[in-house]
Design a protein around this ligand. Structure first.
Ligand SMILES: Cc1ncc(COP(=O)(O)O)c(C=O)c1O
Length: 427
């Protein structure tokens, strides 16, 4: 199969300006960096000038097997020569097998397939509304600094004002409380509350893991008040933390952890490795709440998307990439923490689990070059780019590493060297 897909040329024409010019036809809703990408292989990316970048951003936690992985190419070619799409009026093997594989990783329940993280959350919001409907309960409590997607319900659920601004009024029924604060959550529950949604590790909010006590406390609170507990695992899920779900990793060795089963889990990003797919898992006892005709999406769980996601799941399991995420992630985090000790004026904090790492920079770094109207995180990211490394800024001061789950030790080491060289330059 592989010969059907020739490798892209090592260097392509330098048509950066021409490509950027074409973007005058694209809605300018994204702030873009000045990089025009051409192709990649593993954790290497190349721009149209032939410049090489080490990819520690993974397309924001998406390219779980890196770029141009032959298993993904093969799954795409093989499945597309059989059946790319059929309506959800019909059954097909890839959707069934993928659902089976995902359920096996969490707990007894069922899967709904969509196309993105926002859509996965949207499905959980509808599930909650259905659950509380006959009692008039509809309110979902989320946390400050959370991120749950860019649809209207997604920005309403997100605990950050910047995503809501200009799009008011919000969808009713969402409120936010501080993260990792069980008392605040308890105090916020009203007779209309039906569900709680949190990220196991807040991603856009700056890579902040939930504590084990918080997770267990939320489960007990939800049981007490008859609420659904939803985990938004779009960014922190799919083995990134070193376990399938970040809550499984956080609760390792926590007394009482076996009692923690959420009611819903949303997924996307690494699930499809770059092919658009999202999904939510719903716990067995609520799995038939959304009956025939209540929810759907044309492309959800297409044969092609599911064949790719299934192949990715197979490769992750076969190659034990969750272990790689854990070990390589620990190597990166420990090395960065040592760097932070040497340069406390530049790095304030390093946190995260597995291959989801947040590096909090100092609020003011006088020697940091670049446009002073831009955030420290963006200016530092620009320096990384110049030195041949991609990473993802979060908030104003945080740099995120969200690389492929098969990041090699050699690539991890090289990334660290690049990062360190920049820290030394601005120290
Ligand atoms: C935690 C979380 N939830 C939801 C989303 C939205 O996912 P998508 O962009 O696929 O709609 C994101 C995207 O960054 C996310 O990080």
């Amino acid at each position: 199969m592989r010969e059907l897909v020739p490798q892209p040329p090592a260097i392509v024409r330098n048509d950066a300006a021409a490509v950027q010019f074409l973007f005058q036809n694209v809605v300018p809703s994204y702030g873009r960096f000045d990089i025009v990408l051409s192709h990649g292989a593993g954790s290497q990316l190349f721009d149209v000038t032939g410049k090489r970048y080490l990819d520690f951003g993974g397309g924001i936690a998406v390219t779980s097997l890196g770029h141009a992985h032959p298993a993904i190419t093969e799954a795409l070619v093989e499945q597309s020569s059989k059946l790319i799409h059929c309506s959800n009026f019909y059954y097909h093997e890839p959707q069934g097998k993928l659902a089976e594989g995902l359920v096996r990783e969490i707990a007894p329940g069922k899967i709904f397939f969509g196309n993105s993280g926002a859509e996965a959350n949207e499905g959980l919001f509808k599930l909650a509304r259905k659950f509380g409907h006959d009692e008039g309960r509809f309110e979902i409590i989320t946390t400050l600094n959370s991120f749950h997607g860019r649809t209207l319900a997604g920005i309403s659920a997100t605990g950050q004002d910047k995503v809501k601004k200009g799009f008011e009024p919000m969808v009713p029924g969402f409120r936010h409380v501080p993260f990792n604060d069980l008392d605040a959550m308890r105090a916020a529950i009203s007779p209309a509350t039906v569900a709680i949604m949190i990220e196991g590790i807040q991603g856009e909010g700056g890579v902040t893991p939930a504590t084990a006590e918080y997770l267990l406390g939320l489960r007990a609170l939800c049981d007490e008040k008859k609420l659904l507990l939803f985990m938004d695992s779009v960014q922190c899920g799919h083995f990134r933390s070193g376990r399938f779900q970040s809550f499984q990793r956080i609760l390792e060795n926590a007394p009482g952890a076996e009692k923690f089963i959420p009611d819903g889990v949303s997924m996307a990003k690494s699930l499809g490795g770059g092919f658009p797919i999202g999904a939510f898992w719903v716990r067995a006892q609520h799995a038939d709440l959304l009956g025939a005709g209540t929810h759907g999406t044309t492309y959800g769980g297409s044969p092609l998307a599911c064949a790719v996601a299934l192949k990715i799941l197979e490769v992750i399991k076969r190659e034990k990439l969750e272990e790689n995420a854990r070990v390589t992630g620990e190597f990166l985090k420990t090395s960065l923490q040592q760097l932070a000790q040497k340069f406390p004026g530049i790095i304030q904090n390093v946190r995260g689990l597995g291959l989801m790492i947040g590096i909090e920079l100092a609020a003011d770094i006088p020697a940091l070059p670049g446009d002073p109207t831009k955030s420290v995180a963006v200016r530092f990211t620009n320096m990384l780019h110049s030195s041949g490394m991609l990473a993802i800024p979060a908030g104003t001061q945080i740099i995120r590493f969200l690389p492929a789950l098969n990041l090699t030790r050699a690539d991890a080491g090289e990334g660290l060297q690049i990062f360190e060289s920049i820290v030394k330059k601005i120290a």
